[in-house]
Design a protein. Structure first.
Length: 256
């Protein structure tokens, strides 16, 4: 294990997934207010609430996702962040298509850092740099995220990978090497993006947990219980989920 990765492991162990969070994904102020109305003050009193914002790198991706121009989306984000701050909530921003855009191709790292910096200056607590269509390789992560970290604090950045080309876990490893300790995943590998042609599911939580635990990184998450939740979703959807470790665990149950 490299010195950089060893340091990253020390930073992640015991801290990642430290407590469960109730979060709502909102795109504008109206959606934010709807979430506040749905979750009463009493229901939110003892939980962390992250209002999740979405933002795309390129004009075409923004038009596909929001049917709006970038400047209009920027205004909507500002409204949501200010509203979240006013009630003591934490705001997290997703910066989409940071490596490859389905409409405009490869993304320059300068653009990613520019927008991530702008979002942090806007007042968000954390920016998730996202590989929305799952096309990135570890070299892309080292190049783009490493460039961002030259000026941005590592504890304010997260990484979000889809597994379209089977590189999500390798990309997590690259992120760990860079010192990042927050990674998104989805139980069973569910997900995708209707606004990004070809995008498949998110990195499966079971697969991420297995790799991290095998690396002696403590997550505080029970792999077996995540798999149990994934089985409930698989039954509801009537189809097998893509998580490799979910299939492994199911096979072990069948032969036990």
């Amino acid at each position: 294990m490299s010195e950089a990765l060893s340091s990253a492991v020390s930073g992640v162990s015991g801290g990642m997934f430290a407590k469960a969070a109730r979060a709502a994904k909102v795109m504008d102020l109206a959606a934010f207010k709807a979430q506040i109305d749905y979750y009463t003050k009493d229901a939110l009193r003892d939980v962390y609430v992250g209002e999740v914002l979405g933002k795309a790198i390129t004009p075409q991706a923004v038009r596909a996702r929001y049917d709006a121009e970038i400047r209009h989306v920027d205004n909507a984000f500002g409204e949501v962040v200010r509203a979240a701050r006013a009630v003591g909530m934490t705001a997290r921003a997703y910066l989409s298509t940071c490596f490859v855009c389905p409409y405009e191709g490869d993304i320059c790292k300068e653009r990613v850092r520019e927008l991530a910096t702008a979002l942090l200056e806007l007042g968000v607590d954390e920016v998730s740099i996202s590989d929305t269509i799952g096309a990135a390789a570890p070299s892309d992560v080292f190049d783009t995220v490493g460039y961002c970290l030259a000026t941005l604090p590592v504890d304010r950045l997260a990484l979000h990978f889809h597994d379209t080309y089977g590189t999500a876990l390798a990309n997590v490893l690259a992120g760990l090497e860079l010192g990042v300790s927050t990674f998104d995943s989805s139980a069973g590998g569910l997900g995708g993006c209707p606004f990004a042609p070809g995008a498949t599911g998110n990195l499966a939580t079971e697969d991420l947990l297995y790799m991290l635990e095998r690396m002696n990184i403590r997550t505080g998450v029970d792999l077996a219980r995540v798999a149990q939740a994934s089985r409930v979703m698989a039954d509801a959807l009537g189809r097998e989920l893509p998580s490799r470790n979910l299939r492994r665990l199911d096979a072990q149950r069948g032969s036990g």
